[in-house]
Design a binder for this molecule. Structure first.
Ligand SMILES: [Ca+2]
Ligand SMILES: [Ca+2]
Ligand SMILES: [Ca+2]
Ligand SMILES: [Ca+2]
Length: 609
């Protein structure tokens, strides 16, 4: 064995490192094109990885990781060291080694894994013998991380059958941190070529020591020569987020990186799998980000509660799976709820939006509020899809909005609106009464629309639409009816409206053309029958013809609303899908209405003159 070079190499570390210490894995090939009988790995290797092929006598800065991305990591020897390839896994080699010699490197590439690359394995550095250790430093590591070091040493005729690799705490090499031994000679005496061809040694979970450095030492196990052919330095990636199966949120062993329970904390559910798991908390928990990125379906349940709170904005991010929050939830910071198109989120317990807090929704997926939703003063919530809530309470100065588009329905089994409920171009179904007239003021749902519509600009409190074509115009507006008034068959039975099963006592609200008394999205003879009947019987309410919500059915409702719109109306409103997976069912009676059109038209002219 020839020792070609004895040099030292550690210089003063260049501390102006670039980039973050983000290397996932850094590969060291001891022996490069400039070293004695060495050769560099041609990057990338057959596995697509990039190497740092190094020689002795130099201090290397900003080593690349396997993806060819520079890191902050620096490297250099601090003792004399030899370099060669003779009688390594390639056997006899030349100066410089020939391609055929490198190709003759005898290793079990699969067994060596990421290190199983011939140009990295065939050459080596070695301690010089005579009880002299070889030492090097790997500098500028991330003190917040731990690392695994995987060593490959191999030689055919080593006097010491094994090499001992050790990590020390500092450059005095007095305090051992970790150590291990690797047979560099094949221990099987029947092996003809007695070199290690398939075994590595890994020292695991090593934290950087003094000055964020790993102090590495190797020597033969009998204090003679030790060998090191190549080395992998890998960041240990701590498991993040929920790692338990069903279990308690507040048990630390269920989380890879600690229990998330603080303002701004992140709770991550990103475990592989396709199971149903229930995570319980019987106490109040607070997070800033709740992220599901798993095909596991999680239910967050228990006797406790969840608060979404962050110094900035909070986030519920559902990237995969069908996820369920079954804890009473308070939004204490502005929060966006993002649900990807392949995912769903159910908020199955009461939700409170705190004063001044805004809750918005993004993504093509569905958020289903299944319990009560309460919006406190100056707070707001936007529903991005149809919902059926047990109750909606919109306090004074608060706002709830059903985002425009897709003919949505908000179904509220209980409803209290002191602030504003903006239906945009959608619908509302509620058992809260349609209301009656007292003087010129309506009670019930009609009263909420009357107050919300204000002078026609929808600036009041109550139930409103902020659609531009309804602002200051009666071309479009919100219509309202007791279900039995517009679907007479529902008085004692059920019917379908926008895909929803309704009963006669339900109150229906719909964004539609001014004059659409029957809430079918269009103006035709049916609507004239309603207003004609309404005016002759002295009735009130939208479905009887009070299209301008002034408390009476009179000529104004003809001239400024239904007559003005019947010739100008566009395609029927509200005919696209409502609740997902349900298509609207066309109503009967249209053909009959068309037959009666001329007769009704006569009635109308008589009454309007
Ligand atoms: Ca090498
Ligand atoms: Ca090499
Ligand atoms: Ca109609
Ligand atoms: Ca009127």
């Amino acid at each position: 064995m020839k020792v070609a070079a004895l040099m030292t190499g550690v210089g003063s570390a260049g501390l102006a490192g670039s980039g973050a210490a983000r290397a996932s894995t850094v590969l060291f090939d001891f022996g490069n094109n400039d070293s004695f009988r060495g050769a560099s790995v041609v990057n990338p290797d057959q596995n697509g990885n990039y190497w740092n092929s190094v020689r002795t006598g130099l201090f290397y800065q900003n080593l690349i990781d396997t993806t060819n991305t520079p890191t902050t990591i620096d490297f250099g020897f601090s003792t004399p060291v030899g370099t060669d390839s003779y009688n390594g896994p390639a056997g006899v080699t030349s100066i410089p080694p020939t391609p055929a010699e490198i190709a003759a490197t005898d290793i079990d590439a699969a067994a060596l894994g990421i290190l199983g690359v011939k140009a990295a394995c065939f050459d080596y550095v070695n301690s010089p013998g005579g009880a002299i250790h070889c030492r090097f430093e790997i500098q500028q590591l991330d003190p917040a991380k731990k690392y695994n070091l995987t060593f490959f040493g191999s030689h055919k005729y080593s006097t010491d059958p094994a090499t001992v690799y050790s990590i020390y705490s500092d450059n005095t090499y007095s305090t051992l941190v970790a150590s291990g031994s690797l047979n560099v000679v094949n221990p099987d005496p029947n092996q003809a070529d007695k070199h290690n061809r398939d075994t590595t040694l890994t020292l695991s979970n090593i934290s950087p020591q003094t000055s964020n450095i790993l102090y590495v030492d190797f020597i033969g196990n009998d204090d003679d020569t030790g060998y090191l052919n190549c080395l992998a330095l890998s960041e240990v990636v701590a498991a993040q987020g929920w790692i338990g199966t069903s279990g308690d949120w507040n048990t630390s062993s269920n989380w890879g990186d600690g229990i998330p329970n603080a303002i701004g904390a992140t709770a991550l559910f990103a475990k592989a799998g396709n199971a149903n798991e229930t995570v319980t908390s019987d106490t109040a928990i607070t997070v800033g980000t709740l992220r599901f990125n798993s095909l596991n379906n999680y239910t967050i349940a228990g006797a406790g509660s969840l608060t979404m709170q962050s110094s900035g904005a909070a986030l519920i991010d559902v990237l995969q799976g069908n996820q369920k929050v079954n804890l009473p939830t308070t939004f204490a910071s502005n929060t966006n709820i993002n649900v990807a198109g392949v995912a769903t989120l159910r908020m199955s317990d009461p939700v409170t939006v705190n004063s001044g807090v805004s809750v918005t929704q993004a993504g093509a997926g569905t958020v289903s509020y299944e319990s009560t939703v309460t919006v406190l003063s100056n707070g707001s919530i936007a529903f991005g899809n149809s919902n059926h809530v047990a109750g909606l309470t919109v306090n004074a100065t608060a706002t709830a909005t059903l985002n425009a588009g897709n003919n949505k329905t908000l179904r509220a089994d209980a409803l209290s609106v002191l602030g504003r409920l903006d239906l945009k171009d959608n619908r509302l179904i509620t058992p809260v009464g349609v209301g009656t007239i007292t003087g010129s003021g309506y009670t019930g749902i009609t009263g909420l629309i009357q107050s919300g519509r204000s002078t026609g600009n929808w600036s009041g409190n109550g139930i409103v639409t902020s659609q531009s074509s309804a602002n200051g115009s009666t071309y479009t507006t919100l219509g309202v009816a007791r279900a039995s008034e517009v679907r007479p068959s529902t008085a004692t039975a059920t019917a379908i409206w926008n895909g929803q099963t309704i009963t006669g006592t339900d109150t229906l609200v719909m964004y539609t053309y001014g004059g659409d008394a029957t809430l079918d999205g269009k103006i035709n003879v049916d609507d004239y029958i309603k207003i004609d009947s309404g005016i002759s019987a002295g009735l009130t309410g939208w479905s009887n013809g009070d299209f301008n919500y002034d408390g009476k059915v009179n000529i104004d409702d003809y001239t400024t609303v239904i007559d003005a719109n019947i010739g100008n109306q566009g395609t029927p409103l509200g005919t696209t899908s409502g609740f997902s997976g349900v298509t609207a069912i066309p109503e009967p009676g249209t053909a009959l209405g068309l037959c009666l059109a001329s007769a009704v038209s006569l009635v109308r002219r008589r009454r309007t003159r």
